[in-house]
Design a binder for this molecule. Structure first.
Ligand SMILES: [Zn+2]
Length: 153
């Protein structure tokens, strides 16, 4: 699509990340499962499982970016999503925001563009069994704790 956030950043952590203004992903929870995206093989760290998401455009909040990307990639309708909180992983000159959200009844997700091989609901306890995107794999334990805490209503 080509927003103004598209591009690589040489990060102070020594890595290279996608998103000139940072990036955001949607961690969508529905009855004990989360939505995972099987990333296309040609993408960075391709053929792994992660969250729908991508580069944030300069005019967007991280929530807007995550919801837009989730719509483009997985057909997620923003009006059926309740955002709970945003967890930021700050690298200094780059940051990744995980937008933790819950779905209302009636939400369906599907492969909506070429960036995904598959979109799948995965039980919280089975996420670790997947070949996860390295950054998501690293963040998952903390995110799972956050989900457990924020859904303990
Ligand atoms: Zn970094």
């Amino acid at each position: 699509m080509g927003g103004d956030g598209d591009g690589w950043v040489g990060c102070t952590c020594g890595g290279r990340h996608w998103g000139l203004n940072g990036a955001a992903g949607l961690l969508l929870v529905q009855e004990g499962s989360i939505l995972l995206q099987h990333r296309a093989p040609w993408s960075h760290n391709g053929d792994t499982w992660g969250l729908p998401g991508g580069a944030r455009d300069s005019h967007e909040t991280s929530i807007e970016a995550a919801l837009r990307e989730a719509n483009e990639e997985a057909g997620i309708q923003a009006e059926l999503v309740d955002v709970l909180l945003v967890e930021r992983e700050d690298h200094g000159n780059w940051a990744y925001d995980t937008v933790i959200a819950r779905t209302q009844i009636g939400l369906t997700a599907y492969v909506a563009n070429h960036e995904s091989l598959e979109i799948r609901w995965v039980a919280l306890s089975e996420v670790v069994d997947y070949d996860l995107h390295p950054a998501f794999a690293k963040a998952w334990r903390k995110l799972q704790t956050t989900i457990d805490n924020s859904l303990a209503f």
